[in-house]
Ligand binder design. Structure first.
Ligand code: HEC
Length: 104
């Protein structure tokens, strides 16, 4: 029985953490929103009109999982000449995931 208890202690963070934590929980969505309005929205609006959010809600949107979201934020940051720090990218991903993608 002791060995089972040891296994449980070791494995429980692995088993339970993903259910509790979202993929971008360390990011701050409020900061992400601010950065998004300043740096990201204009270009998306230029292509998709409205407030630009259609880029995230269209049926054939490209981002299908958390790592693709992180990757796309990095790609778009590169188009801005890498203006942003890695923590800004995390905040942006937290904002976009909370608002549009809702990955768990
Ligand atoms: C220079 C223009 C430009 C800027 C600036 C820009 N983007 Fe984009 N973004 C695009 C284009 C174009 C696409 C669509 C790519 C495609 O469909 O192939 C896109 C797509 C995306 C997507 C994927 C949407 C989907 O289909 O699911 C995300 C997420 C995204 N951008 C985030 C950002 C963030 C965050 C910023 C600010 C750091 C940003 N973008 C700045 C042009 C830009």
């Amino acid at each position: 029985m002791k060995i089972l208890a040891i296994f449980f202690v070791i494995l429980s963070p692995v088993i339970f953490t993903p259910a509790l934590a979202g993929p971008f929980d360390k990011g701050n969505p409020k900061e992400g929103l601010e950065t998004h309005q300043k740096q990201c929205a204009d270009c998306h609006i230029g292509r998709f009109g409205g407030d630009g959010s259609k880029i995230y809600t269209r049926n054939d949107r490209r981002v299908k999982n958390p790592s693709a979201l992180a990757q796309q934020v990095t790609t778009c940051n590169a188009m801005l000449g890498n203006n942003l720090f890695p923590e800004d990218e995390l905040h942006l991903a937290a904002y976009l995931n909370g608002e549009f993608y809702k990955f768990k």
